[in-house]
Design a protein around this ligand. Structure first.
Ligand SMILES: Nc1ncnc2c1ncn2[C@@H]1O[C@H](COP(=O)(O)OP(=O)(O)OP(=O)(O)O)[C@@H](O)[C@H]1O
Ligand SMILES: [Mg+2]
Length: 263
């Protein structure tokens, strides 16, 4: 059985008011009948151009937004039917790493407080236990212990992304949605973060949904790749197959945008 099972997931957003007057301008189907499985321990890469619905799909899976229809099962549990207590437990297991390591960290909090905040929210851990956990989390993401008492704004983009990853790991999740985690970083710094995610996957037996518009980045990390176009998954398959023998014209166009892959 897959760790995550998504069936016919759909999200329709109402379109906003027109700047030129007139009422609501209809609706947009951001995610349109998506079904996919993710096995425990694998990385499903999700690629597609801007606006294709990747982030919306990731947020629906974590139930950060409610779908219009469809189902999400995590480890056999119906995520969308979960009540408060069950959802609290599920949230420990399912975490997110965001694209923007600047906006997603509170500048007024120390690194120790940022990475252990989820522990406070979920089980009110004692301060001494939290500090031990914070030190352990920093070690896991390759940051020096001296970072603990400093503030997020004192760090570079790559370091901030490590802090964001440490925070996502605090509750020992099994599944992480990484939504463009390296898109805001320089290529070399991004490569270090991708390597870190791969190491953490081995160390903590993580399962990833890795969202990116970049085929080279996805290819490096993904076991399988799903290609999204206008709300739909148009192709899904093992990484090697999708990158060397793409079946869908849209996948071919994404690969043509990165010619170094067509060797
Ligand atoms: N809260 C919202 N309200 C209305 N429309 C939305 C909302 N969130 C997303 N959309 C629309 O849904 C579609 C998909 O957006 P989404 O952010 O999921 O795309 P994406 O593939 O993640 O793009 P990007 O690569 O730019 O991050 C877009 O047309 C977007 O405008
Ligand atoms: Mg997005």
């Amino acid at each position: 059985m897959a760790l995550l099972e998504v069936r016919d997931l759909t999200k329709v957003f109402p379109l906003g008011e027109s700047a030129f007057g007139g009422g609501a301008q209809g609706e947009v189907c951001a995610v349109d009948g998506v079904s996919l499985d993710i096995a425990a321990g694998e990385t499903l890469g999700l690629v597609g151009e801007s606006g294709s619905g990747k982030s919306t799909l990731g947020r629906l899976i974590l139930r950060l937004i409610e779908p219009s229809s469809g189902s999400v099962r995590f480890d056999g549990q119906d995520v969308l039917a979960a009540g408060r207590a069950q959802m609290r437990r599920l949230r420990r297991d399912m975490q997110i790493v965001f694209q923007d390591p600047f906006g997603s960290l509170d500048p007024r909090m120390t690194v120790a407080d940022i990475v252990t905040e989820p522990l406070v929210i979920h089980n009110g851990a004692a301060r001494s236990a939290r500090m031990a956990t914070a030190a352990e989390l920093l070690r896991a993401v390759g940051l020096d212990q001296s970072a603990l008492g400093r503030y997020a704004h004192e760090f570079s983009g790559g370091q901030r992304q490590r802090i964001g990853i440490a925070r996502a790991l605090a509750l020992k999740p099994r599944f992480i949605v990484a939504d463009e985690p390296v898109s805001a970083l320089d290529v070399s710094v991004g490569a270090q973060i991708v390597n870190l995610l791969a190491e953490l996957q081995r160390e903590f037996r993580l399962t990833y949904l890795f969202i990116s518009h970049s085929m080279p980045v996805v290819r490096y990390l993904a076991t399988r790749i799903a290609v999204m176009q206008r709300g739909k998954i148009v192709e899904v398959g093992p990484t090697e197959q999708v990158t060397t023998r793409p079946q869908h014209p849209y996948t071919r166009s994404l690969l043509e945008a990165t010619p170094e892959l067509r060797t």
